[in-house]
Design a protein around this ligand. Structure first.
Ligand SMILES: Cc1cc2nc3c(=O)[nH]c(=O)nc-3n(C[C@H](O)[C@H](O)[C@H](O)COP(=O)(O)OP(=O)(O)OC[C@H]3O[C@@H](n4cnc5c(N)ncnc54)[C@H](O)[C@@H]3O)c2cc1C
Length: 386
């Protein structure tokens, strides 16, 4: 059986590895001429690790873990709102969250593909789904590619989503803009975690290689960029507690990533059309507040590979894709909504709401220490399909 996967992000690569491991001949068409380590860092959550375990790759990512100490949610003056013990997540979900560079996780995935599977510099321009007994055809700038299955994993601005679901409005601007950077760890003691203030958020995640992955988000109209993103970050966050100004100060000018955040407020009606499946941000772009975009892309991918992997003809593929849609559409829609709600809570611009939130979290954390983790159950306790 032949599959063409469009997009060599986390979702596309995980789907390609899963299908390859089940004996499929897989081609990954990626628009970029080379796989660059863009996107700074990400947190692989226990559900993402379970997805990677399905590919036999979970331990390779667990090895990327930094020391797991305590983390805290703080106010911009540094006062702690709530604290979580590094070991608590592991006790509850069997794994900690693994912060890593995107490049390191991508390397784990690409190393599991045959070297000739990746076709770089090939941009998809459209797709012909065809009739029930026809194979779908991918249209690219290097000519058409036919396969038994096409997987659209081409990210938030997916060309294939538009072709498959032209009636769907696509992702909408969330109102948030986000910055990401990788910097050398700042000197002195500090707690990793997130700081919330006046509608803004700043996150600090130490990595095993001695660097820190930091991110920031704020409200903004769409499409605003700055000639000096670092200076803009200092303007917004330079008065916040240690080590936030130091972290921004250590960023290489020009190496601060800045992206507006789009989300799929209206779910797609299905995650397939004919023998074309869609996954990851292409299907359900979400805000980064839950840190789940890539984790969900990998959940999609391993579910798809497990269901479609055994198929031997177009009828079995059709049955498997209907099951994929039934399992993943509600899951994707639920996580998009949860991430949006968390964003509204962490980035509220209302002072009374923020004050109430902080008090409730502080008190709740004392009475039920693992309350924040319990709230993560529906997201992180996911189990792969048998
Ligand atoms: C600030 C921020 C922080 C985040 N933090 C986290 C986190 O901690 N944990 C987490 O799980 N997620 C996080 N995310 C979300 C995560 O980055 C995305 O959800 C994830 O990268 C989506 O993976 P994907 O494979 O679906 O798409 P992508 O990673 O976007 O990959 C799509 C690929 O398709 C290629 N492509 C696009 N169009 C075409 C075409 N026409 N033809 C061929 N190839 C094409 C692209 O070049 C790209 O390589 C964060 C996002 C932001 C903005």
């Amino acid at each position: 059986m032949k599959a063409v996967v469009v997009g060599a992000g986390f979702g596309g690569l995980a789907a390609a590895v899963g299908l390859h491991q089940r004996g499929w001949d897989v081609t990954v068409a990626e628009r970029a001429p080379e796989l660059l380590p863009v996107g700074a860092g990400l947190a692989v959550a226990p559900n993402g690790l379970r997805a990677l375990d399905m590919l036999g790759l979970g331990d390779a990512v667990r090895k990327l873990a930094a020391f797991q100490g305590d983390a805290a949610m703080r106010r911009s003056d540094g006062r702690v709102i709530a604290r979580t013990a590094g070991s608590a997540m592991e006790r509850r979900f069997g794994d900690a969250v693994i912060p890593a560079t995107r490049a390191a996780v991508m390397d784990v995935l690409t190393a599991s593909l045959p070297p000739d599977a990746l076709r770089l510099g090939v941009a998809a321009t459209g797709v012909e789904v065809g009739g029930t007994s026809e194979r779908p055809r991918l249209l690219t700038d290097s000519g058409p590619l036919e396969a038994d299955l096409i997987v659209a994993a081409d990210g938030v601005n997916s060309v294939l989503r538009k072709a498959l679901f032209p009636e769907h409005g696509g992702p909408v601007y969330s109102g948030f803009t986000a910055w990401r950077m990788l910097v050398p760890a700042p000197p002195g003691d500090y707690l990793p975690g997130e700081t919330w203030g006046g509608g803004q958020v700043f996150g600090i995640t130490p990595l095993a290689d001695g660097r820190v992955y930091a991110y920031a988000a704020d409200h903004s109209p769409a499409g605003v960029t700055y000639p000096d993103e670092k200076a803009e970050l200092l303007r917004r966050f330079g008065g916040w507690h240690h080590p936030i100004p130091e972290i921004i100060g250590a960023a290489e000018p020009g190496a601060v990533l800045h992206n507006d955040v789009y989300e799929m407020a209206d779910p797609l009606p299905a995650y397939h059309r004919g023998a074309v499946a869609i996954l990851g941000d292409a299907a359900h772009a979400m805000t980064p507040h839950l840190g789940q975009g890539a984790n969900q892309a990998m959940e999609d991918a391993v579910t798809l590979a497990a269901l479609v992997g055994p198929a031997k003809d177009s009828v079995e593929i059709a049955t498997a894709l209907a099951q994929y849609t039934a399992l993943r559409v509600p899951r994707g829609a639920d996580i998009v909504r949860r991430s949006h709600r968390l964003g509204a809570l962490t980035q509220t611009t209302s002072r009374p709401k923020a004050a109430l939130r902080n008090v409730v979290m502080r008190l709740a954390g004392r009475v039920v220490p693992d309350l924040a983790l319990r709230a993560m159950d529906p997201v992180v306790a996911w189990q792969p399909p048998q």
